[in-house]
Design a protein around this ligand. Structure first.
Ligand code: AHR
Length: 333
């Protein structure tokens, strides 16, 4: 059965790019121990509860997980929660009933997971968090987190802004398009950005609202910002899709995105690089969705009861307009 299968070599890349803060051990819980777990063909079964399909980033992340599972010979049970926590909780409970070997999920929001995570733990099913973290006082409820440092991403956005306006007196009026309310990337990107700009009171966030990480909402909220604030200097969008929606609203209002209103975005999807190349986005802070291979390595390890790092962070960069044309052909998502 899956959990007794020999552990395959874990990629050196995972270790190289990881930040090891602590280790946890998972006792093997094989299907042959009477649990009935695992595929009859001996493959590891992974239950994956995805957030939804809200953005280009998410589409690339889903593809990466699906392709990597196939490549790794892991049976994937995939569920799309359509950005609703209750759907994710339902999916996780179904995976527990199905006695999958490992559960992985990207939590829509940060809080409210302890009960279902305890159910998984009681059933002996290890959980790996990917992309987004949970807010819990009990770190034994999951084995590992694989994803980005969202606070650092917010700080990078703020650092670009403070450098850009270093020689100006201000005020610099900023509107902020937040991601999904209560989600880790929305909370952390807001916090990291605020931490950097708070040192200089010429930076003023004049409006801040959620655009739910979608293009349509980004456009709608930006239209409202433009109506209520005539003097917007900067848009800080927590992801590219909202920035791209907002650019449509800025153009419809007769202004030039990238010039009249500077645009700062996060993710680094191809469409954003195209917009940056056209001068419509000024800077993109990268957030890497291609986590599939690293996730499958972790899944194999926890299924085999091996030690895994409790936090694995991915390497990410910052791209400005002058780098966009050169970087565009090699963007993988
Ligand atoms: O959790 C990662 C975020 O979720 C991405 O920045 C965003 O595009 C997605 O919807």
């Amino acid at each position: 059965m899956a959990r007794r299968a020999a552990v395959l070599a874990v990629s050196v890349a995972l270790l190289a790019s990881s930040v090891l803060t602590a280790c946890s051990t998972q006792a093997p819980a094989s299907g042959t121990d009477g649990s009935g777990r695992g595929d009859s063909d001996g493959k590891i079964t992974l239950g994956f509860a995805q957030v939804g399909a809200e953005s280009g980033w998410r589409t690339a992340n889903t593809k990466s997980v699906q392709e990597s599972a196939e490549k790794a010979g892991i049976t994937l049970k995939f569920s799309d929660a359509q950005q609703k926590q209750e759907n994710q909780i339902k999916a996780i409970r179904t995976f527990i009933q199905q006695k999958v070997d490992v559960i992985a999920f990207s939590p829509v929001v940060e809080s409210g997971w302890d009960t279902v995570l305890r159910e998984a733990k009681d059933a002996g099913i290890p959980v790996v968090l990917t992309d987004r973290a949970v807010d819990t006082k009990d770190p034994s409820l999951y084995k590992s987190f694989l994803g980005s440092d969202f606070v650092k991403e917010g700080r990078s956005a703020g650092e670009w802004l403070t450098a850009e306006y270093a020689k100006e007196n201000g005020p610099v009026n900023i509107v902020e398009l937040q991601g999904t309310t209560g989600s880790a990337p929305a909370n952390d990107r807001k916090a990291g950005f605020a931490e950097v700009i708070k040192g200089d009171d010429k930076f003023k966030i004049v409006a801040s609202q959620s655009g739910d990480f979608t293009r349509a909402k980004g456009k709608e909220v930006m239209q409202a910002f433009l109506k209520s604030h005539k003097d917007i200097d900067v848009l800080y969008a927590h992801n590219d899709d909202m920035a791209l929606g907002a650019i449509q609203a800025i153009e419809a209002a007769g202004k030039k995105p990238g010039e009249d209103i500077k645009v700062i975005s996060i993710d680094g999807i191809k469409d954003a690089f195209v917009a940056m190349n056209q001068g419509k986005i000024n800077v993109v802070v990268e957030c890497n969705p291609l986590l599939g291979d690293q996730l499958m390595d972790l899944v194999k390890k926890v299924a085999a009861g091996e030690n895994v790092p409790t936090r694995v962070e991915v390497e990410e960069g910052v791209f400005t307009q002058d780098q966009a044309a050169e970087a565009l052909p090699s963007r993988k998502y």
